[in-house]
Design a protein around this ligand. Structure first.
Ligand code: ZN
Length: 418
């Protein structure tokens, strides 16, 4: 049996006035997703427990079959893993966005989708002002960068260099350290959302230092001159230590392969022992090369039990409150990824195909939310439930529901009854 999972990130949404009361999934033309709904089942699952933040990290961990209550330690360690950083047991990874804050309002949590090169230069300048050897900025893609606190180096700084990395030394952070994802603050005041709790002094100091370093930096002068927003600050969040995840193959007896443009998903893939395929033209944004991802997924089928294609574009469109871009992204995913994958699976024998986002990202709030997401499953052994459409409203009326989204994986893989 071959399996395909398509994740249109953040596609679940509310009815929109601008769409005549329909949700984006209802309004978009999605013949391939609707074909899965018609041939199989539509249900809903809840990937984000109420006690955890409604992030792609928690939600995708659930969607891939891991209970986030047991395994979630924070977003940044997943991204650090994706970048090949081996965290020691006491090291901490912290997400470091480049952002645009004006008059204490979060104007852009991406610093206007800053280029990786601009990002790297600004972080290098900030790095030059650091006087804490435990800290290291790690440039990533665009606004998505990391700050690592290496406990060993922090230890050496305090004159205990005889101990190795991760031994008896801890960073100043704890499970009680609080920070706010900057994408939750779009167009809002940031004044009450700076880091707080253990170690927050250090984080706030670094964020404050960045303002002075970035203010007149030539990168920002060039950005402003060309009509782009400047990167005014770093925003630190998503801190955590290395998570402990069992290999997917050991739990579910299947090999998986991930196609994504987002480090978070790459990191989860590495930690659960999946392969990754890097697709040229996959950007993690609405301009991604959908067809290239679809082709890569079809080609990968021969080599893997499960192919998973994650597409960030619908989520990004929601963050920008852009209903048209969200619909376009969904239609592109449908046409270039879901359709070709379903057709290819159909030709090769037994298969199952699953479409599900990780979490809702309502256009109204421009940020992730808790709550159920719609899924559709079709394939071998799946009896049609009579639903014809893959959308939020159909799913809400379905009898098939998973209150703990991580249990959906066993159902999808046909390892248990619902
Ligand atoms: Zn997401």
């Amino acid at each position: 049996m071959k399996y395909a999972i398509i994740i249109p990130d953040g596609c679940a949404d509310e009815p929109q006035d601008s769409l005549g009361g329909r949700t984006p999934l209802q309004a978009a033309e999605l013949p391939a997703m609707d074909a899965i709904a018609s041939a199989g089942v539509v249900g809903r699952s809840n990937n984000v427990p109420a006690s955890l933040p409604a992030g792609s990290d928690v939600a995708n961990m659930s969607l891939l079959g891991y209970d986030p209550h047991q395994h979630y330690t924070g977003r940044a360690p997943l991204e650090a893993t994706a970048q090949g950083i081996q965290l020691g047991a006491n090291d901490w990874a912290i997400r470091c966005n480049l952002v645009t804050i004006e008059d204490q309002v979060m104007r852009s949590f991406t610093a206007d989708h800053i280029s990786s090169d601009d990002s790297r230069q600004l972080l290098a300048a900030l790095s030059d002002t650091l006087d804490c050897p435990a800290l290291e900025f790690v440039p990533g893609v665009s606004y998505r960068n990391l700050l690592i606190y290496y406990a060993e180096k922090g230890h050496a700084e305090k004159g205990h260099a005889e101990k190795g990395r991760g031994e008896n030394e801890t960073a100043p952070f704890s499970e009680d350290t609080r920070s706010t994802p900057p994408h939750d603050l779009t167009d809002k005041s940031v004044i009450n959302d700076y880091p707080r709790g253990p170690g927050s002094d250090l984080l706030n100091q670094l964020m404050s230092d960045s303002v002075a370093v970035f203010a007149n930096h030539e990168v920002n002068q060039r950005r402003v001159a060309s009509g782009k927003l400047p990167a005014t600050n770093i925003w630190l969040w998503g801190q955590g230590r290395r998570p402990d995840l069992r290999l997917f193959a050991d739990i579910y007896g299947r090999q998986g392969t991930m196609i994504t443009a987002v480090d978070l998903l790459r990191g989860i893939a590495v930690l659960i022992g999946w392969k990754k395929i890097e697709v040229a033209g996959a950007t993690g944004y609405t301009d991604t090369d959908y067809a290239a991802k679809g082709r890569a997924a079809v080609e990968a089928l021969a080599e893997t039990d499960i192919i998973c294609v994650h597409v960030e574009a619908p989520d990004e469109a929601s963050h920008e409150g852009d209903v048209e871009a969200k619909i376009t992204a969904l239609e592109q995913i449908d046409r270039h990824i879901v359709g070709p994958l379903h057709a290819a699976l159909d030709q090769q024998g037994d298969f199952r195909i699953l479409v599900s986002p990780d979490h809702p990202t309502p256009l109204r709030t421009k940020t992730h939310s808790h709550g159920a997401v719609p899924f559709a499953i079709a394939g071998t052994g799946v009896e049609a439930d009579g639903n014809q459409s893959y959308d939020d409203v159909t799913a809400a009326a379905s009898d098939l529901a998973f209150a703990e989204g991580w249990k959906l994986m066993k159902y999808f893989l046909d390892l248990v009854e619902s």
